[in-house]
Design a protein around this ligand. Structure first.
Ligand SMILES: C[S@@+](CC[C@H](N)C(=O)[O-])C[C@H]1O[C@@H](n2cnc3c(N)ncnc32)[C@H](O)[C@@H]1O
Ligand code: SF4
Length: 368
């Protein structure tokens, strides 16, 4: 089974930390962009006709900022061009400042059955500091519209002035509002974003503080019945994101839209990040792919290991070996050096709970 990703690159305004491919003040482009997106699907229809897709994910940018008729239209086009499984998981990302009852109704009619809301923090002064367009109350309103539905809340760690109490308040706020899934990300500070100045001025919590917040946040979430299944992702029983689990299993996916990437038949394709170029390509009947790379055997092997070890499910040695040959012939030395940080039980290799957050440093040993 494979996944479909749809990129919607529009936002009301740019958040101070965000380096994603998304533009504020481009609302005039929405209709033309979405028409191109439908056309891109048509261009790939023949190539993908043998595949069955089990998940669809509308990400961004802010898919909820555009008129919901375009999301409905995209789902219609997906169903026309591609084969979906019987019970697909269909997710949309939403910013709490862009949501209405009518939008959610139309998303539901389109088949959307999972929602992912960017909360970040329940502290209004911190939201304002991040240049977010919403308050905590807007999140609560959005959650009330999704009562009883399957939804995620994004939470960020490492914000200016953030205390452990703020982190716990945010978790309480999201879980009491009914979230069945929490993504808890440590802030990544990218050069060129406004928040980089705060970082240079030493105004953000340091790495050790963030690691402490993460560990305490993890325990707090687990007390509330949210099980960690990947470094940054926690879910109530059965509410794990199937779309993301497919990424971490190194499964195949197809991306449509600006900056979207696809991974199929061992090849990774990346679309252009330039909005004009994207539309010009599609209108001339070409795919907007700017990079196409055959993933070599050594890289594939490492990716397989690295992605599986991000999850608490870990990696089945037998499955690795059916694809890449003996695990110990490939990684015996690295395993010897790192086995204190891992468990190998019943043929499943996992990073121990207490080291998952620092898995990057464990995996360094496996890089060649
Ligand atoms: C595309 S946004 C979610 C939908 C919507 N655009 C919003 O922000 O509400 C994806 C999520 O990635 C996270 N994110 C974005 N930039 C980040 C950064 N630099 N560091 C950590 N998390 C980040 C945020 O939690 C954000 O909610
Ligand atoms: S709303 Fe989401 S995608 Fe848009 S700038 Fe903010 S974090 Fe980035």
């Amino acid at each position: 089974m494979a996944g479909i990703y749809i990129h919607v690159p529009f936002c009301k305004q740019k958040c101070s930390y965000c380096d994603f491919c998304s533009f504020p003040n481009k609302s005039g482009y929405e209709e033309a962009y979405m028409a191109c997106l439908y056309q891109e699907m048509k261009l790939r229809k023949e190539e993908l006709k043998e595949m069955t897709f089990d998940t669809v994910y509308f990400g961004g940018g802010t898919p909820s900022v555009i008129d919901p008729k375009y999301i409905y239209g995209a789902m219609k086009q997906i169903k026309t061009c591609f084969r979906l499984s019987q019970n697909p998981e269909i997710t949309i990302e939403m910013n709490p400042g862009t949501v209405s009852e009518e939008k959610i109704k139309l998303y539901t009619r389109a088949g959307i059955n999972r929602f992912s809301i960017g909360l970040q923090t329940a502290i209004d002064s911190q939201l304002a500091d991040l240049n977010r367009i919403h308050t905590a109350r807007d999140f609560a309103h959005c959650a009330s519209l999704l009562k009883g539905r399957n939804f995620n809340a994004d939470v960020m760690l490492g914000l200016k002035g953030q205390t452990l109490d703020d982190v716990k308040k945010t978790i309480d706020f999201a879980t009491l509002a009914g979230a069945s899934h929490i993504s808890m990300y440590a802030l990544t500070v990218e050069d060129g974003t406004p928040i980089y100045t705060d970082y240079l001025n030493g105004e953000l919590p340091d790495e050790d503080t963030v690691a402490y917040y993460y560990e305490e946040g993890r325990k707090y979430l687990e007390e509330k019945g949210f099980k960690r299944y990947e470094i940054s992702n926690f879910a109530k029983e059965g509410k794990e994101s199937r779309h993301n689990l497919n990424y971490w299993a190194r499964g195949e996916y197809v991306g449509f839209g600006l900056s979207a990437s696809s991974f199929m038949n061992g090849r990774r394709l990346t679309n252009t990040f330039d909005l004009d170029e994207y539309m010009k390509c599609i209108l001339s009947g070409f795919l907007p792919v700017v990079d196409s790379e055959e993933v070599d055997g050594e890289t594939a092997k490492f990716e397989y290991l690295m992605l599986h070890l991000r999850t608490t499910r870990g990696m089945k040695i037998k499955e690795f070996e059916s694809l890449f040959g003996s695990f110990f012939a490939s990684y015996g030395d690295a395993y010897e050096k790192t086995k204190a940080f891992m468990t190998l039980e019943d043929g499943v290799l996992r990073i121990k709970d207490e080291y998952l957050y620092v898995q990057n440093s464990v995996l360094m040993e496996y890089m060649r």
